[in-house]
Design a protein around this ligand. Structure first.
Ligand code: AP5
Ligand code: MG
Length: 197
C-alpha cells in the first residue's frame, strides 16, 4: 500500500504528474478538483454549492469537500493506494485525512511538493484556458487562486515537512524530467521500506 499526496500551487502540474504516477505504480487518482467539477457538470446539490466558490477562486468549504471525498474513497474499496491531488488544502483537511488513514493503518507515505514560479503558473493556466473549458481558468480567478494557495494551502508544507514526509521537486523542468524526479523519490521510498521493514 502506497499513499501519496501531490502538492503544489494551481497550474504546477499536479494533474499531469498524477496521471503518470497512478499508471506506473498502479494507484488510484483522487483529485478533489476533478470530483467537484464532475458534480458541477451534473448540477448536483454539491456541484451547485461548489460552483459558488470555484468560480471565484476560493476554496470550497471543508465539510463539502470532505463529504465528496469520503463518498469517492469508499467507492474505491480496494487494496490499492491513492494519489491525492489537490487535497488536503487546509490544515483541517490534513488533520482529518491523517486521522482517517490512521484508523485504517495506511498513512500517507510521501508528499511530493512541486515548485513552480508564479509567472510560469500564470502562463501555463492562461495557455490552458484556451481549451480547458474550466470556469476558473481566467485572469482574475487565476490570480485569486494563487493568492488563496499562498494564504491557506502553503502552510501545509511545514505540516508535512515536520512529519518528515515532504519531498521537494523542481516543477520548472519538462514534464518528463519532473516525472523522472518524482519516480526516483517514490522508488527510493519503496526501496527503504523493503530494506528497513
Ligand atoms: P484543482 O482542480 O485542484 O485546481 P488547482 O489546484 O487550481 O490546479 P490545476 O488543476 O489548475 O493545476 P494542476 O496543478 O493540476 O496542473 P496541470 O497538470 O493541470 O482545484 C480547483 C478548485 O476546486 C479550487 O480552486 C477550489 O475552489 C476547489 N477545490 C479543489 N480541491 C479542494 C479542496 N481540497 N478544498 C477546497 N476546495 C477545493 O497543469 C497545468 C497546465 O500546465 C496544463 O496545461 C499542463 O499541460 C501544463 N504543464 C504541466 N506540467 C508542465 C511542465 N512541466 N512544463 C510545462 N507545462 C506543464
Ligand atoms: Mg489539476
Amino acid at each position: 500500500m502506497l499513499n501519496i499526496i501531490i502538492f503544489g500551487p494551481p497550474g504546477s502540474g499536479k494533474g499531469t504528474q498524477s496521471a503518470r504516477i497512478v499508471e506506473k505504480y498502479n494507484l488510484l487518482h483522487l483529485s478533489t478538483g476533478d470530483i467537484l467539477r464532475d458534480e458541477m457538470e451534473k448540477e448536483t446539490a454539491v456541484g451547485l454549492e461548489a460552483k459558488k466558490y470555484i468560480d471565484k477562486g476560493h476554496l470550497v468549504p471543508d465539510e463539502v469537500v470532505l463529504k465528496v471525498l469520503y463518498h469517492k474513497a469508499s467507492d474505491y474499496a480496494s487494496g490499492h493506494g491513492f494519489v491525492f491531488d489537490g487535497f488536503p488544502r487546509t490544515i483541517v483537511q490534513a488533520e482529518i485525512l491523517d486521522k482517517m488513514l490512521e484508523k485504517r493503518k495506511m498513512p500517507i507515505n510521501i508528499v511530493i511538493s512541486i515548485e513552480v514560479k508564479e509567472d510560469e503558473l500564470f502562463k501555463r493556466m492562461m495557455g490552458r484556458a484556451e481549451d480547458s473549458g474550466r470556469s476558473d481558468d481566467n485572469e482574475e480567478t487565476i490570480r485569486k487562486r494563487i493568492e488563496v494557495y499562498k494564504q491557506q494551502t502553503f502552510p501545509l508544507i511545514d505540516y508535512y515537512r515536520n512529519q518528515g514526509k515532504l519531498v521537494d521537486i523542481n516543477g520548472m523542468d519538462s514534464v518528463d524530467k519532473v516525472f523522472s524526479n518524482i519516480s526516483r523519490a517514490i522508488d527510493f521510498f519503496i526501496m527503504k521500506k523493503e530494506i528497513l521493514p
